[in-house]
Write a protein that binds this ligand. Structure first.
Ligand SMILES: [Zn+2]
Ligand SMILES: [Zn+2]
Length: 260
């Protein structure tokens, strides 16, 4: 959850001199704590991460060469011609392509954990522009019709109070001007993928998603958003559900990319 409810008071006020004054006073009395290092930060900072920690996050951006299809970083490969990773050479995934903004390590992992497990929902405000940056480096807005988020099982969403992927997708949709479609659901609670090998990850999420409103995705070119991608098993399974419901094409965008 957000640090304290009192902070909502000024955020809900119109942008006025009175609000700025009140914000300034509250900043002095109750500075927020950086979600990564705990140092005091102004509450007006977009995602409650201090400038030094945010610089560390920005240093984790993924650069070429990457797999042309799934976006896996392929350090040491030649960018020309554009490479494919061994997994994609072996079997092309169901999605048309996948990209991630940064490496799932250190401060970016910390930022995503703060969002997911410490309820720092404002972190999504800081991460969404990074997703937009990764999107625009690979794709064009006019080649997409809608955004969808990888859903949590209702039980887990109830426990957490929110779906971190949907928080990212909503904000990204606003930046790119793409509508969010809520058309996917998890049909069964799947154990966390952490600790599973490649084959077990695919088996764990096979058939775990269902499209509840095919009308919203039929013939649509969809951008599927998640927080972290590892083998692509989860986004692959969600993609299959969207394609089965008639989506024309599904591409995947995640904040971070982990490597097994
Ligand atoms: Zn910090
Ligand atoms: Zn690949």
């Amino acid at each position: 959850m957000e640090p304290t409810p009192r902070f909502l008071i000024t955020r809900d006020l119109p942008d006025s001199a009175a609000r700025k004054l009140l914000d300034g006073i509250l900043n002095l009395v109750y500075p927020d704590a950086c979600a990564l290092c705990g140092a005091p930060v102004a509450r007006s900072r977009e995602c409650s991460v201090c400038a030094a920690c945010w610089d560390l996050v920005l240093g984790l951006k993924i650069g070429p060469p990457c797999c042309t299809c799934c976006g896996l970083p392929l350090p040491g490969f030649d960018s020309d011609p554009a490479p494919l990773c061994l997994d994609c050479l072996d079997r092309l995934p169901p999605y048309a392509g996948a990209r991630s903004w940064g490496h799932y390590a250190e401060s970016l992992r910390g930022a995503i954990h703060a969002l997911k497990f410490a309820g720092r929902q404002r972190m999504a405000d800081g991460l969404a522009p990074l997703l937009a940056q990764a999107f625009l480096e690979s794709w064009r807005r006019e080649d997409f019709d809608a955004i969808a988020a990888v859903p949590l099982h209702p039980k887990r969403k109830l426990e957490r109070g929110f779906n971190q992927s949907e928080l990212l997708a909503v904000r990204l949709g606003r930046i790119l001007g793409l509508p969010l479609v809520r058309a996917l659901e998890r049909t069964r609670p799947t154990p966390p993928q952490v600790g599973l090998g490649d084959a077990d990850r695919w088996a764990n999420v096979r058939g775990a998603f269902r499209c509840t409103r095919p009308r919203l995705v039929r013939e649509k070119r969809i951008l599927l958003v998640d927080d972290v991608m590892t083998t692509g098993a989860t986004v692959g399974s969600a993609t299959t559900a969207l394609l089965a419901a008639g989506a024309r094409r599904v591409s995947v965008l995640t904040a971070a990319r982990a490597v097994l």
